[in-house]
Design a protein around this ligand. Structure first.
Ligand SMILES: Nc1ncnc2c1ncn2[C@@H]1O[C@H](COP(=O)(O)OP(=O)(O)OP(=O)(O)O)[C@@H](O)[C@H]1O
Length: 692
């Protein structure tokens, strides 16, 4: 049995370590919560927690009773005996502020519970129970919103007296109508999600669907609304007390104290300061918390990076710009980048402060050629493609390497500068054409607006160009399509329009992320032949992300096969499809029914056991080893990308030559014991059996 390399041996750890690590991870995750990344929200939270704690424990520590009068210090400013001064009756302001705090905070919370609770229940009911119920609830809430809230509150006070909890609960009922309107749209959108349909098919009751599938999706909006209503409740309560509808005298209230202070604004201006400041700070704190929570991923456009992500990216960009230019390493192709050639060098992409998703990826795309990025789901194709456009999702950034394009390193380009590249030099077409089209506007409006913005044309000229672009992408009745809305055209037509949109800035490179996956087979063929014709006619290049080897064979000049965030093999398409040098490419071809000739179609198609490992589980050696039929002890070491011997191809496999010489096939059976190498996650244990 071969020895296990030292760097892959697990260090024995005490039994308590996992618990401690889990605790640390939980604390780290908690501290990254958006609430704690906003200084304003942290300060607000600290203030609110301190206020609640101080008000709840007030009877234990307050220096004076609220009604104690000190006639030797009437209307005094801050003194040793009265830290925040006294009022016109010599009562201690500090004691009165905190004695009033519990009531003010508690009854404001009551408004939140009634308002947000009722609004949420009504919205979930309306979203789940069909149009009639929604219609009834909506009409009722419209009536509630049309009622004069102040008059109703004053009428309630007239009827029940200044019973603050009752008044604040009624205020909550009045506010619930507005909250219902805010939450309804989101609840309806959640009700139309596929997983909700699946739950219905599984026979889940409407109540269970609402609680299990809809309510969690509303959590963010509910919390934000609660924070804002809490602030509004406090202000309204203070306002009522100011005009004399607060708790009965001598019971203190913040509004009543401000009203008292307003009588002495000239002779004792200080008196206004402590209560006013505490009220303002408490309201600001609730708003700051609401604002921070409102910046949740589902509250913002998901494709736009957050400020924190942008800061992180700016840091990464600066580090990449300062790094020395990589040279030919381990045989990797390094050529002078000609104009119109894209050269990606040692590109790495990772989650900010987290795992790496793509490592050390290199490839070239020459002008007028198509490169296919191929591999199973989760191999990092999309992350690589989106890096080219600076469109990585929020929280994911380029961590190293270069993207050389027209004399610039796009990996070290700021977000602002990327704006002049996107659309004009490099454009994107995505898997789902409807993502590129706004359902609110006609195709013509969207195309002309984009052409005017990217090419600086006038309206009439842009309209002509839009027509010509639609004709270029094979749309026969272009004039009619210009007037249609996206939902009025088919998927294939929408993809043609999306391609026309991508072409409106006359880009030299098109990044196509599985552009045919969502289309049916005949339309797929049409779109592929359209792309082929566009490459030929315009001389632009294409980076085509796909998991379909048929698409690769059909359109790609070069192919880069990706596995677990790495390129494992690249080179000319014909060379790679004819004589693959990496076992993963071999396996993909063996598993593809179209890659096998009808005559020698095996009885059983090959499979690749297991799954692509998660980025956190990548082993230090060959990442494919755990699934590979040919793995051996040498595969436990990191494997560089080396010339494959076929044209300019590169391969990341220590056994590539042996496989090529011996002409070994990927077997359609389970991995034979004679070829088995057990590679467990993280820790790689070699149990080689009968390996030569
Ligand atoms: N926003 C994200 N944050 C963190 N990790 C992500 C994010 N998006 C994708 N990943 C992870 O990055 C890795 C690569 O994903 P990527 O989408 O690039 O794969 P892919 O090969 O394009 O797959 P597919 O064909 O399914 O699109 C996967 O492990 C995936 O789980």
């Amino acid at each position: 049995m071969a020895p296990v390399p030292a760097d892959q041996l697990e260090t024995p750890t005490p039994a308590t370590a996992p618990v401690r690590n889990a605790g640390k991870a939980a604390i780290a995750k908690f501290s990254r919560h958006r609430l704690f990344t906003s200084p304003g929200a942290v300060a607000g939270l600290v203030w609110l927690v301190a206020m609640v704690a101080a008000s709840l424990t007030a009877p234990l520590w307050l220096p004076y009773k609220t009604e104690d009068q000190d006639f030797t210090a009437v209307l005094s400013g801050p003194t040793g005996a009265h830290w925040l001064g006294t009022d016109e009756l010599g009562r201690d302001i500090l004691s009165r502020i905190f004695a009033a705090a519990a009531g003010t905070l508690g009854t404001s919370m009551l408004t939140v519970i009634v308002g947000v609770g009722l609004g949420t229940i009504l919205a979930m009911l309306a979203a789940g129970a069909g149009e009639r119920t929604e219609g009834v609830i909506s009409r009722v809430t419209e009536v509630m919103m049309s009622l004069p809230g102040t008059v109703i509150i004053l009428a309630v006070i007239g009827a029940v007296g200044t019973n603050i909890p009752v008044v604040m609960a009624i205020l909550g009922i009045l506010m619930s109508a507005g909250i219902y309107r805010v939450i309804l749209g989101q609840a309806k959108s959640l009700q139309s999600q596929l997983y909700v349909d699946a739950a219905k098919v599984d026979g889940a009751s409407p109540l269970r669907i609402s609680l299990r599938h809809v309510l969690p999706g509303l959590a963010n909006t509910i919390v934000v609304q609660a924070a804002l209503i809490f602030a509004v409740g406090m202000l309204i309560q203070a306002g009522l007390a100011f005009i004399g509808f607060g708790p009965p005298i001598p019971q203190p209230s913040w509004g009543g104290m401000i009203q008292g202070a307003s009588q002495h604004v000239y002779d004792a201006p200080w008196m206004m300061v402590p209560t006013g400041a505490v009220l303002a700070l408490t309201v600001l704190s609730a708003n700051a918390i609401g604002n921070a929570l409102g910046k949740a991923p589902n509250a913002a456009a998901p494709h736009l990076p957050s400020a924190a992500a942008r800061r992180q990216r700016a840091k990464a960009v600066a580090a990449i710009a300062a790094a020395p230019v990589p040279t030919a390493k381990d045989g990797a192709l390094v050529r002078e980048t000609a104009k119109g050639t894209l050269s990606v060098r040692n590109l790495s992409v990772g989650v900010d402060n987290g795992v790496r998703l793509v490592t050390d990826v290199s490839f070239d795309v020459e002008q007028g050629t198509v490169l296919g990025l191929v591999g199973e789901s989760g191999c990092g194709k999309t992350m690589t493609a989106l890096s080219l456009l600076g469109l990585l999702p929020s929280g994911v950034s380029i961590t190293g390497g270069q993207i050389l394009w027209n004399g610039r390193n796009l990996a070290a380009t700021t977000d602002k500068d990327m704006e002049s590249v996107r659309g004009r030099e490099i454009a994107l077409i995505s898997q789902e054409p409807m993502r590129a089209l706004d359902p609110m506007f006609t195709v013509g409006y969207q195309l002309t607006a984009t052409i005017r913005r990217l090419r600086g044309m006038g309206n009439a000229e842009a309209r002509k160009e839009a027509l010509s672009l639609l004709e270029k992408v094979g749309i026969v009745d272009a004039a009619r399509i210009l007037k249609t809305y996206p939902h009025q055209i088919s998927g294939g037509m929408a993809q043609r329009v999306a391609i026309a949109l991508a072409l409106s800035g006359q880009p030299r490179l098109l990044v196509a992320d599985e552009p045919t996956t969502a289309l049916d087979v005949t339309v797929q063929a049409e779109i592929l032949s359209l792309l082929r014709a566009l490459v030929k006619d315009t001389g632009m290049s294409v980076v085509m992300v796909t998991h379909d080897l048929g698409v690769v064979a059909d359109i790609c000049d070069q192919v880069a096969v990706m596995y677990a965030g790495q390129v494992v093999e690249n080179g000319r398409t014909a060379a790679i499809l004819d004589s693959p040098r990496h076992p993963y490419t071999l396996a993909l071809l063996a598993a593809d029914p179209h890659a096998n000739h009808a005559n020698d179609m095996p009885e059983r198609l090959a499979t690749i056991q297991g799954q692509v490992p998660q980025p956190k589980d990548w082993p230090t050696g060959c990442r494919f080893a755990a699934r590979c039929q040919f793995a051996g002890s040498a595969c436990l070491e990191p494997v560089p990308l080396l010339p494959s011997g076929a044209a300019e191809g590169l391969v990341r496999c220590v056994k590539a030559d042996q496989l090529a010489v011996e002409g070994m096939d990927w077997l359609a059976t389970d991995i034979p014991a004679s070829r088995l190498l057990e590679v467990t996650s993280k820790q790689t244990l070699l149990t080689e059996k009968d390996m030569a």
